[in-house]
Design a protein around this ligand. Structure first.
Ligand code: GP9
Ligand code: MN
Length: 635
């Protein structure tokens, strides 16, 4: 054993083991991954190893000990940084980092407060492996030389072992989750099965693929997608078509508002008194089974859904990755019909790349932070408070040419839901989740802001000639707070409940219409574009869109989430299980199967349109046809 070659590579071995252990403990401590059985636990345990063996193994090709050690130390630092960043990101987004978001540095300034709020002192642990490696390099005795022949044999064996572990990992993952790499919409599954490091490599691969897709697309893909979209078209309900023709449209994005607070109380306190009244108002259509369909891009994704009736992208914010595309947006159609289209949001225009994306969406004007006066006490949390924001927005509306389409993006009810003392209209909730405790109070504040919005619109004479559309942009309380949510709802939260908790409120308020009602059809944000255009008397037949008019008798009750879960009027599908939507019981048969297939098709088609920038070809066609009368316009 005297001249055994281990000592020569003891730094390498220590590094592999240290990073392996740190990664695994990091997984367990930082990510809330659902492990169903021992095999999944085993896969989780082994998945960092194959990557680490390969990447650290490169050290075996480096002759100089000093350089080799530097290389090993660098890798241990890089893996630590990857894990650390993912952990911090996860606390905020409840998701893993994906490449495009990492390069979106323009976001970092604004995100930094949330990011720093999400760092813990214990995060130093992620660097434990680097510290161990550093100490090993410093303290271990320098080793002797080995023969070249031995080195080559050892290297071969080493890489055969690494490859075997990799194959074993992928094989086991395939048994747990068939088609993992070809069909997945869920980063958690990927990380769980192939590990964070391999996931990032996969992510790079996927992102470059979508870049290549645009270059390769030639428009021939259009026919298939168009056929699908046309088959989905739901002809307008004659009673509703044009009911709000030529009125102003005031759309309000209700930050992080979920439906579970509507018409409910928290410890005897009404949470949304104004919105509750509105659900009963004769001029309001309140959609009680309406779902958000956003992904990582959250608010920006909800904007995208509303404007384009396409799904946002998986694993990245489409506002960043495809802001150069051609879109046939809601704003574009309204603009063509004489509307002054604008967005009002008291934030930097570059945040979420809005300034660029709004051009692509044909939004004429962005009233950003520079359009508002933010006095002392007017800002909290992420920026301007909702009450002064809506007040000043209505003032700005009085100056606009009519009809206008203004989309207001509220902000106060944003994680971590902090308020100034004077804006706390109800007490905090009392649970183990500070987030949920604050949430009710901050929702209550938003409700007040909406009441003021309505009052001001009336006062400024804008109310009667407008319609007001308000929707929750995405969830506010992530699954990380299931325990506290369970306490509030007085039940244990299951994956089935998690789907139902993705409901967000939708109000379509048409002053003077007196047709209002509570509509409990299953619908989603994808349906907003055709619904609104039809209310304005603008038909959407022939538009490439994946949603359908919610007032149409042909509207199908089928909502697909960006991560592949779906809801119909009968079923809920999540985690590969089909549930009865009313009872929450598992459905034994294959009832969900056809919807499952359509889910994949629909998400794929949407990705095809976006990745291939296919709408540019439709525009070209239109230009060629410009002499012919346009059938899509209102007669
Ligand atoms: C900020 C607002 C919030 O401008 O869009 O974004 P979110 O974090 O909810 O996606
Ligand atoms: Mn939001």
């Amino acid at each position: 054993m005297k001249n055994f070659k281990w000592p020569k590579h003891s730094v390498l071995i220590i590094a592999i083991i240290a990073t392996w252990i740190t990664t695994y403990i990091g997984y367990k401590a930082s990510f809330n991954m659902k492990i169903d059985n021992m095999m999944q636990e085993f896969i989780l345990l082994m998945n960092p190893l194959s990557f680490l063996l390969f990447v650290y193994g490169i050290a075996l090709f480096i002759k100089s000990t000093k350089r080799r050690n530097i290389y090993i130390f660098t890798i241990s630092m890089l893996t630590s940084i990857v894990m650390f960043s993912n952990a911090v990101f996860y606390r905020f987004f409840n998701d893993f980092i994906t490449l495009p978001l990492l390069f979106q540095t323009s976001n970092f300034n604004d995100l930094s407060s949330s990011i720093t709020a999400n760092m813990n002192l214990t995060d130093i642990f992620f660097f434990a492996d680097a510290i161990v490696v550093f100490l090993a390099i410093r303290l271990l005795p320098k080793s002797g030389k080995e023969t070249a022949q031995n080195g080559i044999v050892a290297r071969k064996l080493y890489f055969i072992m690494a490859a075997t572990i990799m194959m074993l990992n992928l094989g086991l993952a395939e048994t747990q989750r068939p088609q993992l790499l070809t069909r997945t919409f869920d980063r958690e599954l990927l990380v769980k099965n192939i590990g964070t490091y391999n996931y990032h490599i996969y992510d790079v691969f996927i992102q470059s693929k979508s870049h290549a897709q645009r270059a390769l697309a030639d428009g021939s893909e259009l026919v298939e997608v168009e056929n699908y979209s046309n088959a989905n078209y739901a002809a307008p309900n004659p009673e509703m078509f044009g009911i709000a023709k030529d009125r102003n449209i005031i759309a309000v994005s209700l930050e992080s508002l979920q439906s579970f607070v509507i018409n409910e109380e928290m410890d005897g306190h009404v949470i949304t008194p104004f919105l509750n009244e509105l659900t009963k108002d004769p001029d309001t259509f309140y959609f009680s089974d309406f779902y958000h369909q956003t992904g990582l891009g959250k608010t920006s994704d909800s904007e995208f859904l509303l404007e384009t009736s396409l799904y946002p992208r998986n694993g990245s914010a489409v506002f960043f990755t495809h802001s150069g595309n051609t879109y046939n947006s809601l704003s574009k159609r309204l603009g063509e019909n004489g509307y002054f289209t604008n967005v009002m949001h008291a934030n930097n225009s570059s945040f979420w790349n809005r300034d660029i994306m709004y051009n692509a969406l044909n939004i004429k004007k962005f009233y950003d932070v520079n359009s508002y006066t933010i006095n002392e006490g007017d800002a909290v949390n992420w920026g301007m408070k909702d009450i002064p924001f809506v007040e000043q927005s209505v003032d700005l509306m009085t100056e606009m040419p009519q009809p206008f389409y203004s989309r207001l993006i509220t902000l106060t009810n944003h994680y971590p839901f902090v308020l100034d003392e004077e804006d706390m209209l109800i007490p905090k909730y009392d649970s183990n989740s500070r987030t949920l405790n604050n949430y009710f109070q901050s929702v209550r504040y938003m409700d007040e802001a909406i009441k003021i919005l309505f009052d001001d619109l009336k006062e400024k004479g804008l109310y009667d000639n407008s319609i007001i559309v308000m929707y929750g942009d995405h969830y506010g309380i992530s699954e990380n707070h299931n325990k506290a949510m369970g306490m509030y709802l007085d039940k244990e939260i299951t994956s089935f409940d998690n789907v139902k908790l993705q409901k967000v409120p939708l109000f379509i308020h048409i002053p003077g219409s007196e047709k209002g009602e509570v509509i409990d059809d299953v619908a989603g944000q994808l349906d907003l574009r055709p619904t609104l255009l039809h209310l304005m008397g603008i038909d959407t037949k022939g538009d490439m869109q994946l949603g359908a008019d919610m007032f149409s008798p042909d509207h199908e009750e089928f909502v697909v989430f960006r991560d592949g879960r779906f809801v119909t009027d009968k079923y809920v599908y999540t985690n590969d299980v089909c549930y009865d939507t009313n009872t929450g019981e598992e459905v034994e048969g294959l009832e969900c199967e056809p919807y499952s297939e359509r889910t994949t098709t629909e998400l794929d088609y949407s990705d095809m349109i976006i990745n291939g920038d296919l709408l540019r070809f439709k525009e070209e066609e239109k230009e060629k046809d410009y002499m012919k009368p346009n059938e899509n316009e209102i007669k």
